[in-house]
Each structure stands twice: as C-alpha cells, then as structure tokens.
Design a protein around this ligand. Structure first.
Ligand code: HEM
Length: 439
C-alpha cells in the first residue's frame, strides 16, 4: 500500500501544491477538499458515518438519499480467496466511508502500474456513505455443492425464500452469493464506492445484478414519500429516520429485539441482521388513474398527512376496530396498513429501509389490467427489510400480505434476495471473519 499525503487534512494542505504529481500515483483528495461548511439547508456532504463497530452501518443509520445495491456471484473455488476478498473489501470500505479514495486497489491486469481509484468522488466528501455487506445462501451451498466447506455454518434463519403468491422473479434481478448496499447522500459517492469494490473482486466475484434507488425526504426531514405519493416509513419498530428525524418507537421495543441477531447466533452473526430485498414494480400508469379516496382505502392511511384512516396525525395509532355508520371497518380488511401491522401478525416486525427506483421504460405484459400491454414505467420500490429472523419477520408478514393486500393489484415482485449481514468489524478485523475462523 502506498502512502497517500491526501488522506489527512494536514497532508492535503502541505501537499496541495503537488496535486498534479500526486494524481500520477493514484492518490486523490476527497473529503479533505471540502473545508467550507455547506450553505444553510443543504445536506452536509462531508458528514461521515462511522464504519467500525459492533453493528454494520447502513442498517440503523438514518436513511441516506441514494442507494446502489449490488449482488455478486462468487466465481473463485477457494475459500481463502473469499476470505481475502472480504478483508480487502472491509479495508476499502473503511477508507471510502471516511471520505478517502481507495489507495490500494491491487494489481491492474492491463498494465504494470498499480490500479488507481477511479477518482470521480474527489472533492465530494463522504456524504454519509455506508457500505453494508451480506452473504446469500450461495456462499454456503450452490447447486447442491459445498464449494467452500461452509455448508455446516449456514444459519438456520438464512432460509431460501418461499415462492409467494404473485411472484414474477427474474434471474437477472434475483439471488446472489454476496451483496453490498452502498448508501450516501450523493449518488456519485455511492456509485463510486461500489465501483471500487467491484473492481477489487476481479476474478473472484462478478456482479449479478445492480439496483439503484432514491429517497427524498424534503428539507424539513419529513417521512419520505414513495412513488405512490404516500409517506413510507412512518411505522417502523425503530425509526432509521431521514435527516435525523426521530419517529415513534413502539414502547418496550429495542433494536436488539427486532433487528440484531442475539444469542441464537451463530456467533459470527451476533450483532448482525438478515436482509430481505425485493424489487417491486409499481404499475404507476394504473395508480395515477385511480382516485385518491380509493388509494387511501388501499393503503389505510391518508395520502396528504399520512394519518391512519379514522385518525388525525401521521403518528396516531391506527384503530383497527373502528367501524363506519354501516358497520364496515374504517381501515379495510385488505388495507396494506392492516395487513402489515404487528398487531395483526402476532407481533412480527421488520425494519423497512426501502428506496424508490426508476429505470426508465420497459415492455411489460401486465398482470393487471390484463388488456394493458406495451411500454410502461420500469419503476417502483426497492424494498429492503432488516430483521433478526426472516422466518418470523418478512416471511410471516408477507405470506398473508401477498394473498390479501389490495395493493397487489398495482405491484409485481420482479426480483430480490435474502442475505445474512454479519455483525460489524473492529479495526484490523474484517466483516464475517468469525465464519472463516471456524471453517
Ligand atoms: C411497492 C411496494 C410497497 C409499497 C409502495 C408500500 C408502501 C407502504 C406504505 C405507504 C406504508 C404506510 C406508511 C408506513 O407506515 O410506512 C407501508 C407500511 C408497511 N409496509 Fe409496505 N409497501 C410496499 C411493500 C411492502 C412489502 C412487500 C411488505 C412486506 C412485509 C411491506 C410491509 C409493510 C409494513 C410492515 C408496514 C407497516 C405497517 C404498520 O405497522 O403500520 N410493505 N407500506
């Protein structure tokens, strides 16, 4: 690893005059070039989220505005190479999260010089970048093969997701042996980070699918709205609130109960969490032609305020027993809110950390309405949910939701995956280290 004078502010000041020469060494300034405070109201793009710690960042971290999510297929046959990839990724992620370029990208296969950081994030700041790593079922068993001698270490909670009612998952958006969730308040910072990590995986893992997402919460740090136009993220067991906004936590619930894996282990998952990701296309053409009253019946909340039907404020508790003058439930039996609520799922809870996506237009043979065929928005929600155990979290909630939710007439699950995201790493260690210690 070469010394980089730009990886500290002092280094930057003393070496600023030599910038042109330094660029030739592959070392580029990033966070340190932003000495000025942002204008009032603008996001603090030099803000840093800590990388090292008991838990991985990017789960309980207040949600950033942009996300790049990549799933990888491992192509190496050697467990030692998987281990060294995770060590390399961990070290690079720590550099990137602190707003620095990656100074050691390894060998450049096309020339004798070392590979260099691609440089498009210089001057942009850390932008609260978080990099969160996960292991898919394929790390443990792939096509019936135990490629790395890790099969016995597969956590019971890392199940293969069942096929849900209405699933139309396509291979090019589904699965993966490893995943990286890169989130930041600047899209270029997030993509840059992912790109450096992908390059470090050359010959060991190749990207299988990539999903971008955005989440706009407005200047006042309100709950962001998804592409339905409804506030999304109001009711989370622990609020990873945008811009530091604190939503309500249910009394008596802590992240340890809902999100973090505890003594049930395995040890290397302690302090970690399971991620279920779903690429859910929303039929915006259909949605945009429906009345707001109808939309509110589907969600079970008011569109403008986010209040549950029958209540006043966004954070008022929903009353599922309330009936109208004809005796019908005010929050319909098929409302998304009713079907998702912990009270109606034996207490099941997940931490939703989703992003909207817009990938342009695509030809889609629609599930509904059946006569609609042709070019449509390829847009929707990249749903991400973290939980202590998917069997008692996502699977429990979505099994019923996939059959009964009125929202299903507008949505199609196209892809996604399930990943075990280990606990965080201490400096000098790497993400998932405990898994390999026991292999
Ligand atoms: C395109 C797909 C989806 C959209 C647009 C969507 C939208 C929403 C909205 C607007 C809310 C109400 C506001 C809030 O509390 O955050 C909500 C709540 C919720 N959603 Fe979804 N959602 C989608 C998919 C899913 C899926 C696949 C699940 C799977 C489990 C899910 C689980 C939940 C849960 C648990 C709640 C909170 C219910 C409560 O406790 O009040 N959603 N969603």
């Amino acid at each position: 690893m070469s010394f980089c004078p730009f990886t500290s502010r002092r280094g930057f000041l003393t070496a600023a005059g030599a910038l042109a020469g330094a660029l030739g060494t592959g070392c580029m300034a990033r966070a340190e070039t932003r000495a000025d405070q942002p204008a009032s109201g603008a996001p603090a793009l030099d803000a840093v989220e800590p990388f090292w710690g008991v838990h991985q960042a990017g789960i309980l971290t207040p949600q950033q505005a942009h996300c790049y999510f990549a799933a990888f297929d491992l192509v190496t046959e050697k467990v030692g190479e998987v281990e060294s990839l995770l060590r390399t990724w961990t070290n690079a992620a720590a550099q990137l999260a602190s707003g620095n370029p990656v100074v050691d990208l390894g060998r450049n296969p096309y020339s004798a010089t070392p590979a260099v950081d691609s440089g498009e994030a210089q001057g942009l700041g850390a932008a609260r970048l978080t990099l969160t790593f996960g292991f898919g079922p394929g790390l443990f068993v792939k096509d019936g093969k135990d490629r790395y001698g890790l099969a016995a270490q597969r956590p019971a909670a890392l199940v293969d997701l069942p096929r849900f009612n209405g699933d139309q998952l396509v291979p090019e958006h589904t699965g993966g042996d490893l995943c990286i969730q890169a989130c930041a308040d600047d899209p270029q910072v997030a993509f840059h980070a992912l790109r450096q990590l992908a390059r470090q995986a050359d010959g060991l893992a190749q990207m299988r699918w990539l999903q971008t997402g955005f989440s706009s919460s407005g200047a006042m740090g309100e709950t962001p709205r998804n592409l339905l136009g409804f506030k999304d993220g109001t009711q989370n067991p622990v609020a990873p609130a945008p811009n530091g906004r604190k939503g309500p936590s249910r009394p008596g619930l802590s992240p340890d109960e809902v999100i973090w894996v505890g003594a049930e282990g395995p040890d290397w998952m302690r302090g970690g969490s399971y991620l279920v990701a779903r690429r859910i296309r929303i039929s915006l053409e259909h949605w945009d032609r429906s009345d707001v009253d109808f939309q509110e019946q589907i969600i079970g909340r008011r569109k403008a305020s986010g209040a549950p039907l029958g209540a006043e404020g966004e954070f008022d508790p929903p009353d599922f027993d309330m009936a109208d003058k004809d005796g019908n439930p005010v929050i319909p039996d098929t409302a998304h809110l009713r079907l998702g609520a912990a009270a109606n799922n034996g207490g099941a809870q997940i931490l939703r950390r989703s992003y909207s996506y817009n990938d342009g237009l695509t030809f889609i043979a629609e599930r509904w309405p059946p006569w609609r065929q042709g070019m449509l928005y390829d847009a929707g929600l990249f749903f991400m949910a973290y939980q202590r155990d998917p069997r008692t979290g996502f699977i429990k909630i979505f099994d019923k939701m996939s059959k009964l939710d009125a929202l299903n007439q507008f949505t199609t699950h196209i892809g996604g995956g399930i990943f075990a995201c280990p606990g965080g790493a201490v400096e000098g260690g790497f993400i998932g280290q405990g898994l390999f210690r026991r292999a």
